[in-house]
Write a protein that binds this ligand. Structure first.
Ligand code: AMP
Length: 430
């Protein structure tokens, strides 16, 4: 029989790696709370039309990467509903914003999420078909200040603080403005015009993009096409006065708080909903898939989904890529338990379980051996799993005095049962 494996593009996370995931998520919750964000959890699947309307029919994500299926119709008269595993989370958050009428509070909504997303991309290092994103959105009516460039700068400053707090070194922030929806219409028209005479010399993908979604040509990685791409019109020349002033104000606020950035006029990003500010944080250690996170402003998204006007800005961090970066920076050691309890005979197993329960209640990390093991084996296993071994034999049960040996120092001591947790705690915290 063939051995079953995780599906291509999906992965298991095992200890000690999962501790890193938990550390990243705990840091997220701690840092984001300082900026007064609250957590939102949206469903993993949604109506397919949410992504078609929210992300854009012509994007790579919607046109080729979604996991979509027809749900069973509830009645024969009913049409089957088309459902999709979420490929990103912003559309879901904005749907929830509209559905729960969060705009009626008149306040800015500051929401973050942590969860899996699904895209049928070609798997490689840093690119998976199920991957995790940590994202946040700041969205609300214009009267709440949602269009202010201060919101953009604050979100970027939070990301810089978050990466710094995680100890991620050498990240780079690239930023651009793709202008208002009207600016984009004029720019896309200019791009189409410039591409028309040259597109036949470009790769097949870019020929298709030149037709369907010319903005996407700009972030093509095809080497042969770079010369043509460098000669294409720049979005900066198509921004109206408001968009220019908005972008300048974002940059000025970043300067004021010392967040370093590079303006990249070609950064348009893959999702249709972006307006004005777009940005990406990259990291050199990641190789080809070097984007740690990306985001931008989406002033028209709520209306595109049938909701009220609700400008917003958000981002999504690739959690898998954060973990890869942290792993490359630090050699991760397995966490040792505080104590390994070794019952010296099978009839002492229940007493050993009881002792373990007592110690775990004091928050100690405890491994439990088995009375069926020979003493030598208990020491061997204990040495791999824990910092100390606690021996539990008949003598110990009767006297209430336990033998504790520290593996690192080799020192063996006798400790009264009542003092055991305290004795282990003291060293656990050192
Ligand atoms: P996007 O939603 O495309 O703007 O992506 C935001 C971030 O999510 C990227 O910068 C990556 O870090 C991460 N990401 C996107 N797609 C994948 C994928 N297939 N596998 C792993 N991470 C991804």
């Amino acid at each position: 029989m063939s051995i079953l494996k995780a599906v291509r593009g999906t992965r298991d996370s095992l200890p000690p790696e999962t501790e890193l995931w938990n550390h990243v998520e705990a840091t997220t919750r701690r840092v984001f709370a300082r900026y007064n964000f609250g957590e939102i959890r949206t469903p993993i699947f949604e109506d397919t039309s949410l992504f078609a309307r929210g992300v854009g029919e012509e994007t790579d994500i919607v046109s080729k990467e979604m996991y979509t299926w027809e749900d069973r119709a509830r009645a024969q008269s009913e049409k089957a509903q088309s459902l999709t595993l979420r490929p990103e989370n912003t559309a879901g958050v904005v749907r929830a914003y509209i559905e729960h009428k969060l705009g009626e509070t008149g306040l800015l909504q500051k929401l973050y999420y942590i969860g899996p997303q699904f895209r049928r991309e070609r798997p490689q290092k840093g690119r998976y078909r199920q991957f995790w994103q940590i994202g946040a959105e700041v969205i609300g009516p214009s009267s709440a200040g949602s269009e202010s460039p201060l919101r953009d700068a604050e979100v970027l400053e939070m990301l810089a603080a978050f990466l710094d707090e995680l100890g991620i070194e050498d990240w780079r922030l690239e930023i651009n403005s793709v202008g208002s929806a009207a600016d984009r219409v004029r720019y896309v028209a200019a791009l189409r015009e410039a591409l028309a005479p040259v597109k036949d010399r470009m790769c097949e993908d870019n020929q298709r993009r030149a037709e369907t979604n010319p903005l996407r040509v700009l972030d093509s990685k095809d080497e042969n096409d770079q010369e043509i791409i460098n000669g294409l019109p720049k979005i900066a020349d198509y921004l109206d006065e408001d968009s220019k002033a908005h972008f300048a104000a974002v940059l000025a606020a970043l300067d004021a708080c010392g967040v370093k950035y590079d303006v990249n006029p070609r950064l348009v990003r893959g999702l249709d909903y972006y307006t004005r500010t777009t940005f990406e944080f990259t990291h050199g250690g990641l190789g080809a898939q070097n984007a740690l996170l990306g985001g931008g402003r989406y002033d028209g998204l709520s209306e595109a989904l049938g909701g009220p006007k609700a400008p917003g800005i958000g981002f999504a961090i690739g959690e898998d890529r954060l973990i890869l970066t942290l792993q490359a920076q630090t050699e991760q050691a397995a966490t040792l338990a505080d104590a390994f309890i070794a019952p010296l005979s099978v009839d002492l197993n229940p007493a050993a379980l009881e002792l373990a329960r007592e110690l775990r209640r004091t928050d100690l990390r405890v491994e439990l051996g088995d009375g069926g093991f020979r003493l030598k084996k208990s020491f061997e296993i204990g040495n791999k799993l824990a910092r100390k071994i606690v021996l539990l034999g008949q003598d110990e049960m009767q006297s209430g005095i336990l033998t504790v040996k520290d593996f690192a120092s080799g020192v063996q001591v006798k400790v009264a049962r009542g003092d055991l947790a305290q004795a282990l705690l003291v060293t656990a915290n050192n």
